[in-house]
Design a protein around this ligand. Structure first.
Ligand SMILES: Cc1cc2nc3c(=O)[nH]c(=O)nc-3n(C[C@H](O)[C@H](O)[C@H](O)COP(=O)(O)OP(=O)(O)OC[C@H]3O[C@@H](n4cnc5c(N)ncnc54)[C@H](O)[C@@H]3O)c2cc1C
Length: 402
C-alpha cells in the first residue's frame, strides 16, 4: 500500500456519522491490514487464498461485524452498517480479495441473521463469525440476473423436505462454500411473491459445482446445478413466498458496503496517482506541476469525497433504523462508477506503466469493474432511485405511482 494513504480515511472519520467505536475500529483494521496483507495481488490459487483469508479475518474478530446477534457470535444484535462499510473500505484499499472474503461471509449469511430461526442461527452463524465455515448467496440464474424475480430454480414440496432442481450462476464462493443460501421458486404466487429461501449445505446430494467461472479480477465463482437436491423443511429460511423480500433486505445492507469497497479502491488509486504526479519528471518539470494534472487530481478528490458522503449517509441512516433503499442505491451507483473514473485517471497518470500487468493501478482497474454490475447493475440502481422519487412525489401530492 502506498505511503500516501492514511489511517483516518482523509478526515472522514471526524464526520458526525461516526461514533468513537467506529474510529477505533477503523484504526484497528488499518493496522491489521498493514501487518497482515501483502499487496502482491498475484494470488495463484484464489481458493486457497480465500480460505486462508476467511480463517484469518475470523480469528482476528473482523467477521463478527457482518453477523447479527451476540448470542450467535455477532458483534452486536443487529449488523452495524457503518462498521461493515469501514471494514470493507479499508480492506479494499489494501486487497480486493481480503475485502471479498469478508463481504461474502456477511452477504452469504445475511438472510440467516435477518430471518433465521434460533436453531438455524445457532448452527451456522458462530462458524461464519469465527471463519470456520464459508458462506455464499445464490440468487442469480443464467436467465435471471437483473430481473431476479424471473428465477426458475424450482423447490417442490415432498413430505418433510423440498426438492430443488435448476441452476444458479455467478455464485461467489461457489466451490469453496460450506453452505449456500439459495432462493428458489416455490410458486405461492407469480413473480417475486413465489420465491422462498433455503440453507443448502454444500455436501447435499444432488448439488454439484457445474462450472467454475474465471473473471478479470479472480475470485472463487461458480455455476451450481441442482438435480433432485433434497433439503429438509427445517432448512427453509423465513416463510414460504417471503424469499424475495429477504433477499432485498439483505441487499439493502450489503449494497451500501459495495459502495464502501469501491471507495477503498478509489482511495488506493488516488494515493498511487498523487505519488506518481509528485515524482514523475517531464518537460523539465514534474507531472504534478501541470495544471491539467492538478485538475485531474482535483476531480478524483471530488469524486472520492462525494462517494464517501453518500456511503456513510446511507450507512448511518440504516443504523438509525431508517429505510435506505434510495440512499443505498445512490451510494452504490455513484461510488462504483466514480471509482472506475478515479482509477482510470490514476492509470492515465502512470502512462505506459498504468497498463503493465501487475502494477497497482492495473489491478485496481480490473478489480473495480464487477462492482458496477453485481448486487444490482448501475442501471438498476438508477431505476430504484427514479421510481422512489416518483413514489415520494405521488405520496406528497396525493397522486399515483407504480
Ligand atoms: C464477479 C461477480 C460476482 C457475483 N456474485 C454473485 C453472488 O455471489 N450471488 C449471486 O446471486 N449473484 C452474483 N453475481 C451476479 C450478479 O448479481 C449479476 O451478474 C447481475 O445482477 C446482472 O445480471 P446478469 O449478469 O444476468 O446481467 P443482465 O441482467 O443480463 O443485465 C445486463 C446489463 O443490462 C443492463 N440493465 C439491467 N437492467 C436494465 C434495465 N432495466 N434497463 C436498461 N438496462 C438494464 C445493465 O447494464 C446490466 O449490466 C455476481 C456477478 C459477478 C460479475
Amino acid at each position: 500500500m502506498n505511503a500516501n494513504s492514511d489511517v483516518d480515511l482523509h478526515g472522514a472519520l471526524a464526520w458526525p456519522f461516526f461514533e468513537p467505536r467506529h474510529r477505533e475500529l477503523a484504526a484497528g483494521i488499518e493496522a491489521w491490514c498493514r501487518a497482515n496483507l501483502s499487496h502482491d495481488g498475484g494470488h495463484k490459487d484464489v481458493d486457497a487464498t480465500c480460505r486462508r483469508l476467511v480463517r484469518e479475518l475470523g480469528a482476528a474478530g473482523w467477521l463478527k461485524y457482518g453477523v447479527g446477534g451476540v448470542a450467535y457470535g455477532g458483534h452486536g444484535d443487529t449488523i452495524d452498517t457503518r462498521a461493515v462499510c469501514l471494514l470493507r473500505e479499508t480492506l479494499a484499499k489494501h486487497s480486493g480479495l481480503a475485502d471479498f472474503a469478508l463481504a461474502m461471509q456477511g452477504l452469504g449469511s445475511g438472510a440467516i441473521s435477518l430471518g433465521g430461526t434460533h436453531e438455524q442461527k445457532a448452527r451456522y452463524l458462530p462458524r461464519v463469525a469465527n471463519g470456520t465455515a464459508i458462506a455464499a448467496f445464490a440468487l442469480s440464474e443464467p436467465e435471471a440476473g437483473s430481473d431476479v424475480a424471473a428465477m426458475t430454480l424450482a423447490a417442490r414440496e415432498d413430505g418433510d423436505a423440498y426438492v430443488l432442481d435448476g441452476d444458479k450462476t455467478w455464485i461467489s464462493n461457489g466451490g469453496i462454500a460450506d453452505f449456500y443460501v439459495v432462493f428458489a421458486r416455490t410458486g405461492e404466487a407469480p413473480g417475486a411473491r413465489g420465491i422462498t429461501a433455503f440453507i443448502v449445505d454444500a455436501d447435499t446430494p444432488g448439488l454439484e459445482i457445474a462450472e467454475r467461472i474465471d473473471v478479470i479480477a479472480p475470485h472463487p465463482l461458480a455455476r451450481l446445478h441442482f438435480a433432485g437436491a433434497r433439503v429438509p423443511r427445517s432448512q427453509m429460511l423465513g416463510a414460504p413466498g417471503e424469499g424475495f423480500k429477504l433477499a432485498m433486505r439483505t441487499l439493502d445492507i450489503f449494497r451500501t458496503s459495495v459502495a464502501a469497497a469501491s471507495l477503498g479502491f478509489a482511495r488506493h488509486a488516488m494515493a498511487e496517482g498523487l505519488s506518481r504526479a509528485a515524482s514523475r519528471k517531464m518537460f523539465g518539470q514534474t507531472l504534478g506541476d501541470f495544471q491539467l494534472t492538478q485538475a485531474k487530481l482535483a476531480q478524483m478528490a471530488l469524486t472520492i469525497d462525494s462517494s464517501a458522503l453518500l456511503v456513510y449517509r446511507a450507512a448511518w441512516l440504516r443504523d438509525q433504523g431508517e429505510s435506505v433503499t434510495r440512499e443505498a442505491a445512490m451510494a452504490k451507483w455513484h461510488a462504483s462508477e466514480g471509482a472506475q473514473q478515479v482509477i482510470d485517471a490514476a492509470m492515465q497518470l502512470f502512462g505506459g506503466m498504468g497498463v503493465q500487468s501487475g502494477t497497482a493501478v492495473e489491478m485496481l482497474y480490473r478489480e473495480i469493474r464487477a462492482l458496477r454490475i453485481y448486487e444490482g447493475a448501475t442501471e438498476v440502481q438508477q431505476l430504484i432511485v427514479g421510481r422512489d422519487l416518483l413514489k415520494a412525489h405521488a405520496a406528497a401530492t396525493g397522486g399515483n405511482a407504480k
